[in-house]
Design a protein around this ligand. Structure first.
Ligand SMILES: [Zn+2]
Length: 236
C-alpha cells in the first residue's frame, strides 16, 4: 500500500512542481488555477489527476482538443517510479522521504535553470536546509561534509572566476556548495567529474542533431543535480 502511495505522491508532486516553475518563469501567467495552454480553459479537479487524466482525455484538451505535451505524462510517470525506487531501495522511510524532498527541489532548480539560466535562490536556500536536516536526522554529518563543499565548490568557483562568469554563474557555485556538502569529500571529485561528463554528452548530442547553436549558453544546474543524485546512490 505504501508503495502505491509513494508512486502516486511522486506523480502529484511532479505535476505541482512543473506547473509552479512554469508559472514563476512566465510573469504573465500568475493565475492560481491550471489552465489549458491554448484555449485557457480552467481545468477542473478530474482533469488534474496525474497520469489518469491524460489517459482518459487521450492526451487532448477536452474543450479545444489541443494536444497536451506527452512530456508532462512521462514526467509524472518517471517521478512516481523514482519515489517508489527510493522507498524500495533505501528500506528506511526517513531516508527515502529526505531523498524524495531533495530530488524534488533539485528538479525545481534544474527546470528553472533550464528555462531561465538562473538558479532560484529560494529553492537553493530550501535545498540547504533540507540537506542539513536530513544529514542530522540520519546522524550522517561529519567534517567530511564541509570538506566536500569546499573541494567541489572550490573547483567550480575556479571555473566561474577564470571564465569571467562565461562558463558558469555564481548560482552554480552556490549549488555545488550545497551538493558537495551533501555528498561529502570522499565522493566530491567524482560528483564534479560526472557533472562535466553529463554536460559534455548533452553538448555533443545538441551539436550532432543541431538542436541549438553552440553559442547558446547551456544551464549547468541540471547536470550538477543529476550527477549528485547518481553519486549519492552509488556511494551508499
Ligand atoms: Zn484547450
Amino acid at each position: 500500500m505504501i508503495e502505491l502511495f509513494g508512486f502516486v505522491f511522486g506523480a502529484v508532486i511532479s505535476s505541482y512542481l512543473y506547473t509552479t516553475v512554469e508559472r514563476n518563469v512566465d510573469s504573465k501567467n500568475k493565475t492560481l488555477f491550471s489552465r489549458c495552454n491554448k484555449c485557457k480553459k480552467r481545468l477542473v479537479w478530474y482533469e488534474l489527476v496525474p497520469l489518469l487524466s491524460y489517459l482518459i482525455q487521450l492526451g487532448k484538451c477536452r474543450k479545444c482538443k489541443n494536444i497536451i505535451p506527452i512530456r508532462y505524462f512521462l514526467l509524472e510517470l518517471i517521478f512516481g517510479l523514482i519515489f517508489l525506487f527510493f522507498y524500495l531501495f533505501f528500506n528506511n522511510l526517513i531516508e527515502a522521504i529526505g531523498l524524495c524532498l531533495i530530488f524534488s527541489i533539485l528538479f525545481y532548480i534544474s527546470y528553472y535553470d533550464f528555462l531561465t539560466q538562473e538558479i532560484s535562490e529560494i529553492a537553493l536556500a530550501l535545498l540547504f536546509v533540507v540537506i542539513l536536516i536530513s544529514l542530522f536526522v540520519l546522524n550522517n554529518i561529519t567534517i567530511l561534509n564541509l570538506y566536500g563543499a569546499l573541494v567541489s565548490g572550490g573547483i567550480i568557483f575556479l571555473f566561474y572566476y577564470l571564465s569571467k562568469e562565461k562558463a558558469m554563474g555564481f548560482g552554480d557555485v552556490e549549488l555545488v556548495l550545497a551538493l558537495g556538502f551533501w555528498i561529502g569529500s570522499e565522493w566530491s571529485l567524482y560528483f564534479i567529474f560526472l557533472a562535466f561528463i553529463l554536460g559534455g554528452i548533452y553538448g555533443a548530442i545538441v551539436l550532432l542533431f543541431k538542436i541549438s547553436k553552440l553559442k547558446d549558453r547551456v544551464a549547468f544546474g541540471p547536470f550538477l543535480a543529476l550527477s549528485s543524485l547518481i553519486i549519492y546512490i552509488f556511494s551508499i
